[in-house]
Design a protein around this ligand. Structure first.
Ligand SMILES: [Zn+2]
Length: 332
């Protein structure tokens, strides 16, 4: 009798790269979305364009060497900033990666490796990763939001990432929640990012302390390395000042998420990133306020959950995009 799966060695495989300012994460998956191999190395994000590209090439070569039986069909790359999807080039300014503007990433990688390459924004791919392999499995309309130093996200409509006419769409961090609000790095005022990111929440603590006295919160705030983690810890320990700031931040987030829920009618909102590490404490608060910012009939069909893939979401989303790329090509 012949052994089954005699061609398994040659089945189709996809590589996902998640390029960040500090790290490059990489993964090899098969067509059943099973992780075959993965790794991480410094990305040299503040280095030259060639140094960043060389790092990504060496990550691919490492995966190929380690897995000689795997045929690599295509490679997906997630990068910070906006990407011109049809050409796979980065667009615009990127403060953490000064030499990474207007780089033809797809062409540079394809020419070096002779494998089809597709490039997209990293936040989009985190949302895609969670939708296909994480907290959104089986859901076709989902919104992924990442609350970290900034606020990023991706919108998935009918099982596909939404991008907009110029591929800049899905900038969840830059929906306006305060018409006369804080100035944002994007140039606008009152963006969600300026209130609901870790940076925005820490700024809210500062503004609170300018107006009100609270020795405990003040002491924590003045300590080196103060972050939302300490704020949440104080709030959990019934510090009223910390609770007020958390409550205000959650309401800003609620207003932003509520607008998204009303517009897109998603089945699931998936919340990830550093701020979400407060877990159920944070999630329960969002669930408590969200009804004040949504239509009940739409909210009734929407679950709000925490992301489950952590730092792996971006590279997995990149590999999934590589796998699904032919479906996307029909839309250009
Ligand atoms: Zn903005």
């Amino acid at each position: 009798m012949k052994p089954k799966k005699v061609f398994a060695m040659n089945s189709q495989h996809y590589i996902g790269l998640d390029l960040g300012g500090t790290d490059l994460k990489f993964v090899l998956i098969n067509e059943d979305l099973k992780i075959i191999d993965k790794g991480r190395q410094p990305s040299h994000g503040d280095g030259s364009r060639d140094k960043i590209i060389d790092g990504m090439i060496s990550a691919v070569q490492h995966l190929r060497r380690n897995n000689p039986g795997c045929q690599i069909n295509s490679i997906g790359i997630g990068t910070p900033g906006s990407v011109h999807l049809p050409t796979g080039s980065t667009m615009g300014v990127n403060p953490n990666m000064p030499n990474w503007n207007d780089v033809p990433v797809r062409d540079l990688m394809q020419n070096a490796l002779n494998i089809p390459v597709v490039v997209d924004n990293d936040a989009n791919l985190m949302a895609l990763g969670e939708q296909k392999m994480g907290a959104g499995i089986g859901v076709k309309n989902a919104i992924g939001i990442t609350l970290g130093t900034g606020v990023g996200g991706g919108i998935i409509i009918d099982d596909r990432l939404f991008r907009g006419a110029g591929y800049f769409g899905g900038e969840i961090g830059h929906i306006q929640i305060e018409h006369n609000g804080r100035k944002c790095g994007c140039g606008a005022y009152g963006c969600l990012e300026t209130y609901a990111s870790a940076t925005g929440i820490v700024r809210s603590v500062e503004e609170f302390l300018e107006k009100y006295e609270d020795p405990k919160l003040k002491k924590a705030f003045e300590k080196e390395g103060f972050s939302v983690k300490e704020l949440f810890a104080l709030a959990r320990n019934n510090n009223a000042a910390a609770q007020t700031v958390v409550e205000t931040s959650v309401r800003y987030l609620g207003a932003g998420l509520g607008s998204l829920i009303n517009v897109f009618n998603p089945e699931r909102i998936i919340i990830g990133g550093g701020v979400s590490k407060a877990g159920s404490f944070f999630l329960d608060k969002i669930r408590t306020v969200i009804g004040d910012y949504t239509m009940p009939v739409i909210l009734a069909k929407c679950e709000i959950v925490l992301a489950i893939l952590g730092n792996d979401a971006g590279m997995l989303g990149a590999a999934i995009l590589a796998k699904d790329w032919e479906n996307y090509l029909n839309h250009f």
